[in-house]
Design a binder for this molecule. Structure first.
Ligand SMILES: Cc1cc2nc3c(=O)[nH]c(=O)nc-3n(C[C@H](O)[C@H](O)[C@H](O)COP(=O)(O)O)c2cc1C
Length: 194
């Protein structure tokens, strides 16, 4: 497998030409597509395959209204306009799934005392996988950390062991309110080879 790679067109779609979108076409994301996004996302690696991320795909007007009061002012209009806003959350009780997810050994004690660190780290990675998966399937993304985490937790996760991490609008983006592409750090600025 290591001598294979995706082509330039795919790299453009996922990375070079993909932008964080602030405007959205009035075009739904189907349940089939949401499932396809998840089915790629779930294959990304996590510690001991613990897979702590949980995703709420918010599509209905009613659910959007529940989310709205907890969004930062600058994130309201675009989120209400997007066909789907995903709450990327993590489950603090992810270890309960380890007998299923990591069956070759009992890993349940490995994360004692580091549940939140583990869930946040791996759940964040899974949120990244979700964005790559969505882009690979032709969707655009608009990730957001501008929201009230306690508010979203109370509204959507009351009585559960889930916590919201970040939000991501997905759909078919437009150029509305699109900034010029910001620079990135060069290899020499961000990396070293030791
Ligand atoms: C975790 C995360 C949180 C972000 N939070 C917000 C936000 O609250 N509001 C917003 O308008 N943009 C937000 N952004 C968008 C970033 O500013 C944007 O992805 C970055 O500038 C790169 O833009 P580009 O993908 O168009 O190159 C967030 C991005 C990420 C990944």
């Amino acid at each position: 497998m290591s001598d294979k790679m995706i082509n330039d067109e795919a790299l453009d779609l996922i990375f070079r030409e993909a932008r964080t979108r602030n405007g959205w076409e009035d075009r739904d994301v189907s349940r089939t597509l949401m499932q396809a996004v998840y089915d790629l996302t779930k294959m990304g690696p996590t510690s001991a395959n613990c897979s702590p991320a949980r995703f709420v795909f918010i599509t209905s007007k009613a659910a959007k209204e529940r989310l709205k009061p907890h969004l930062s002012a600058g994130n309201i209009a675009k989120t209400m306009a997007s066909p789907c806003c995903v709450i990327i959350a993590y489950d603090l009780e992810f270890a309960k799934q380890l007998p299923k997810l990591f069956p070759h050994t009992d890993a349940t004690s490995w994360f004692n005392g580091i549940e939140e660190e583990t869930a946040f780290r791996n759940g964040t990675l899974q949120g990244g996988y979700l964005m790559i998966a969505a882009r690979a399937l032709g969707l655009d993304c608009g990730p957001m950390s501008g929201f009230n985490q306690d508010g979203v937790n109370k509204e959507f996760f009351s009585g559960t062991s889930y916590k919201a991490n970040f939000l991501c609008n997905i759909g078919y983006g437009t150029d509305e309110n699109l900034f010029a592409r910001s620079p990135r750090l060069s290899f020499d600025e961000a990396c070293e080879i030791a």
